[in-house]
Ligand binder design. Sequence first.
Ligand SMILES: Cc1cc2nc3c(=O)[nH]c(=O)nc-3n(C[C@H](O)[C@H](O)[C@H](O)COP(=O)(O)OP(=O)(O)OC[C@H]3O[C@@H](n4cnc5c(N)ncnc54)[C@H](O)[C@@H]3O)c2cc1C
Length: 394
Amino acid sequence: MPVRRLVPTQEAADLLDLTRQLARDELAPRAAAAEAAEEFPRDVFRTLGRAGLLGLPYAEELGGGGQPYEVYLQVLEEIAAAWASVGVGVSVHGLSCFGLATRGTPAQQEWLPEMLGGEQLGAYCLSEPHAGSDPAAMRTRAVRDGGVGGKGAYVLTGEKAWTTHGGHADFYKVMARTSDDGARGISCFLVPADSEGLSADTAERKMGLTGSTTATMRFEGVRVDADPCLGEEGEGLSIALAGLDAGRLGIAAVATGLAQGALDDAVAYAQERETFGKPIIEHQGLGFLLADMAAAVETARATYLSAARLRDADQPYGQQASIAKLVATDNAMKVTTDAVQVLGGYGYTRDFPVERYMREAKVMQIFEGTNQIQRLVISRALARGGAPTTTVTP
Ligand SMILES: Cc1cc2nc3c(=O)[nH]c(=O)nc-3n(C[C@H](O)[C@H](O)[C@H](O)COP(=O)(O)OP(=O)(O)OC[C@H]3O[C@@H](n4cnc5c(N)ncnc54)[C@H](O)[C@@H]3O)c2cc1C
């Protein structure tokens, strides 16, 4: 079922048309086979980059598309509706470019056009085996090794768990400890994939998103020079968390696309499948299940768009990003589970994609901050009194 969208400009409408066409022709036909074979589709990111879709929310002078976040997220949703692993990859790639765009020096930002154009694929290394929800407990160290000021070289030692694109990326945005001063002792580095001492473990064997590689990255005395530190020493965690606010909106859009895909499949099946002499969609019990699924998808979309519009208006949006991630991913879990129900026994087989959608939805409640952590962020904001009531114009 085509989604009815309100977008701010004709250019945005054209971008969405282009995305739907790419999703229909390049992504959807390959998704099931690549997921079954656990193959990472590196070439797809070049295709999306060359079409200008990877750098949409970045400024044009940095090589991006200069689009508002509300447009970028709807493009991301369309990509994820065709292939969730690619949607997640686009979001993570964007996250890996974020610190460079916001805190990079002009010299560092010269790398951006290749990154945003899809020639260079990024990864984001925050989590460690013992430190996921609590990243300030990280142990990976970066020790300065010569050089002065922003031109210093560093040697990184430690391991980063769960790295999306681990082993496939061309560069890694890495948060590492430069002092023992807790959350203030963490800095942010850009590490090229071919750095000596950097290696990827065998990829994790996951429940879903099997077309997206996830691996532990090992840093064994990895020396990075050429000005690798983004922002100042000690600003790494705040750079990482600012990126995560935007990243959470990305995951909310991806989860909404996944749920929309499941709803579309369920509705199509329910129109065809007959029991007791009529299509199952005409049985009220099942029609109401589909109605609740449609309401959950629309709610998720409205919630992430509301947060995106605050971001586009330069308003604080961290609490709303957490709400969007929580609502969209919990709704995606429910919608994909109910899609399996709509297909009955067939839904439980690998002959139909809905069982895969259900497996893919689960991880969205876990990464980019588990949904317990989102509740923590929201409840802390409530305890502080929440944001003041304001009205802003676009
Ligand atoms: C497929 C996949 C891809 C990923 N990609 C990346 C990536 O690219 N880069 C990256 O850095 N990380 C990545 N991650 C890591 C992900 O962000 C972490 O798994 C996540 O933050 C949770 O951390 P953890 O697994 O260590 O769980 P833990 O932090 O050990 O949490 C375990 C459980 O305890 C709960 N919990 C923890 N603390 C609290 C609390 N204070 N209150 C209530 N409940 C709590 C959690 O919600 C969870 O249910 C990825 C993970 C997966 C599975």
